[in-house]
Ligand binder design. Structure first.
Ligand code: FAD
Ligand code: NA7
Length: 542
């Protein structure tokens, strides 16, 4: 056995990386080192500190299922947890399990190279240090690599320029003329939060979005008690669901009820709140049947027309696409446009021509003078952070070349040609409330590593054929839905030049868990497993 610095290197310390450290260190007794560019744990919630940042997964399900003590001791306040509280929760997890001692913060990993001869990974930091480890766990985040729009002149802007996922401390918006580019989940949140605080807010909208109320409110004492005392049953339902959002996915067809009943069902969901609830708890075919989708679209469009007083603005806010992106929910987004200090520009029909030192010039010649420009322009999702690093597998194969036709994986966790590398939320992993999927993957990774340790396996690799099958399965499932027909980050359509392909397994959490469980039951026999003695025998034979 070679001398290695560590048994396992973990990159990233969000939900995924933190749990990986704990599992591998405390349960497998491995020597583990983790790295993060950030100065603190939290991942997404360390970086996304923009005003209004809120999880749209319900508080008691946006956490680790296994961390029952913190559920009892932590105040779960509201139905939905805001960004600062998620960060505090993850800090508390790190504190409780003493995870920080295994982490190098403020340390980016620039390259990771597989050493074919010794079956280990060599990882180099942005400080020039190189470390070796048998296993590499990449918990890089799927919504983590910021997408800065390439708009002419953006670098010349002399006012404050912020991307929502790199929000500095102490930003003061009061008395300022502010514009927000982007009306995705983040844009909707930041626009709603900032509107009452700024002098003037201009929303630069390229694609209008369907959004429903989130329905956030403080939890009553009896609701908290219910969650705390029924936690196991609640999570049992999550593990046996498709989306892991704690809702019962409907199997009722949209057209199985009368139009009046349909409106009443949508109205009830609108009043209750929740984006995933509206799309998946009302009817079972909104995401798969075009006519059903149109019914949901029309309901939301009617709401926009009711809420927004100026008919021209209401018209601009009505989406032209299908209702088939990650479903959004908000805390009063559409009514923001009734404020005197908010204006909406449709930059699809009247594009941003350029950004100057003092504002934004639109194609029709209109100039918007600004003190601050906020880019809520999303992320190079899923594979973005992989491509931004120099990752090389067997025979020096560069990941950006291997994935140039779109990323691929076997089961969302492993990649052919990249032995002993395990991804958390890698491409073609499940499309769900994410903490349950993260837990599922980290537990599986821990199991396969444990198996390797016990069996003296020194290299675990996904076979190419298995990877191709998995990619095909993911594509076939996605094709049964309407999601590929709408342009969004879910299919890579938000980044100019990015391959528009399948990035998620949409077969559901329960099914995904059973696929992983099967590999475990079969002693991971669908993988190429190389035992130390195989190598010695091969060397002797040659
Ligand atoms: P992350 O939390 O993204 O952590 C990745 C870490 O890796 C980061 O800290 C990053 O600095 C580090 N890293 C990356 N590359 C390197 C490198 N080369 N070197 C060193 N460090 C590196 N999901 C839901 O399920 N429900 C929600 O309501 C929800 N809301 C969201 C709201 C926002 C604004 C965003 C951006 C995402 C949201 N998500 C939501 C998705 C969220 O990203 C996941 O739920 C979860 O936090 C991901 O955890 P992670 O550990 O996999 O990755
Ligand atoms: P999204 O959902 O990718 O939204 C990004 C928004 O920014 C969207 O409205 C884009 O318009 C817009 N955008 C991006 N580039 C430009 C340019 N160049 N010009 C104008 N408008 C632009 O990212 P979010 O951060 O909101 O949400 C991502 C996920 O994070 C979300 O689903 C949650 O899970 C948390 P477009 O639609 O492409 O026309």
């Amino acid at each position: 056995m070679n001398n290695m610095d560590f048994d396992a290197i973990v990159i990233g310390t969000g939900f995924g990386g933190l749990y990986a450290i704990k599992k591998l260190r405390d349960e497998l007794n491995l020597k583990v080192r983790a790295f993060d560019k950030a100065s603190e744990v939290g991942g997404t919630w360390f970086w996304n500190t923009y005003p209004g940042a809120l999880s749209d997964s319900e508080t008691h399900l946006y956490r680790y299922c296994w961390e029952k003590d913190l559920l009892q001791s932590f105040d779960i306040k509201n139905k939905y947890i805001n960004g600062p509280d998620v960060l505090n929760y993850l800090k508390a997890v790190a504190e409780k399990h003493d995870l920080r001692k295994n982490i190098d913060f403020n340390t980016g990993i620039e390259s990771a190279r597989f050493d074919d001869k010794n079956n280990l990974w060599k990882v180099t930091t942005d400080k020039g240090q190189t470390y070796t480890a048998r296993y590499l766990i990449t918990a890089l985040g799927l919504l983590s690599a910021p997408n800065l729009p390439k708009i002419k002149g953006i670098k010349d802007f002399k006012g404050e320029l912020h991307h929502t996922s790199r929000w500095p401390e102490n930003v003061d918006v009061s008395g300022k003329r502010v514009a927000v580019i982007g009306t995705g989940s983040t844009g909707v949140q930041v626009i709603t939060a900032l509107a009452p605080k700024v002098k003037h807010l201009t929303v630069l909208q390229r694609s209008a979005q369907y959004s429903v109320p989130i329905g956030n409110s403080p939890l009553a004492e009896e609701e908290k008690l219910f969650i705390r005392s029924n936690y196991d049953q609640i999570w049992d339902q999550v593990w046996n669901s498709a989306l892991g959002f704690g809702l019962k996915e409907s199997d009722r067809p949209t057209f199985s009820v009368t139009p009046e009943e349909r409106t009443a069902i949508f109205e009830e969901a609108w009043q209750k709140g929740g984006g995933f609830r509206f799309m998946f708890e009302t009817f079972g075919d909104i995401a798969t049947n075009m006519d059903a989708n149109i019914e949901a679209q029309n309901f939301i469009k009617n709401k926009i027309a009711e809420i927004v007083k100026d008919p021209e603005t209401a018209q601009k806010l009505m989406p032209k696409d299908l209702y088939a992106k990650r479903p959004l929910c908000d805390s009063g987004y559409y009514s923001v446009f009734n404020r005197d200090n908010v204006s909406l520009e449709d930059v699809k029909t009247n594009p941003i021509q350029e950004i100057t030192e003092s504002g934004v010039l639109l194609a029709d010649g209109k100039f918007i003078e600004l003190d601050m420009l906020i880019c809520a322009t999303g992320f190079d999702a899923v594979d973005g952070n992989y491509i931004r690093m120099d990752i090389r597998g067997k025979n020096g194969l560069e990941m950006k070349d291997y994935w140039k036709e779109g990323p691929s994986s076997y089961l969302g966790v492993t990649v052919a040609n990249y032995p002993n590398m395990f991804m958390v939320l890698g491409p073609n992993g499940p499309f769900t409330n994410l903490p349950p999927s993260i837990e599922t993957q980290v537990e599986w990774i821990s199991d396969i590593i444990q198996y390797a340790q016990e069996q003296k396996i020194i290299a675990i690799e996904a076979p190419q054929a298995e990877e191709e099958n998995w990619t095909k399965t993911c594509a076939e499932i996605a094709e049964q839905t309407l999601f590929p027909k709408a342009d969004s980050w879910i299919f890579g359509a938000n980044i100019p030049g990015k391959k528009n392909t399948v990035y998620f397994y949409m077969g559901g959490l329960k099914e995904y868990r059973s696929v992983l469980a099967e590999t475990r039951q079969n002693n991971f026999s669908s993988f190429k497993l190389i035992v130390e003695s195989d190598l010695k025998n091969a060397a002797v034979a040659s």
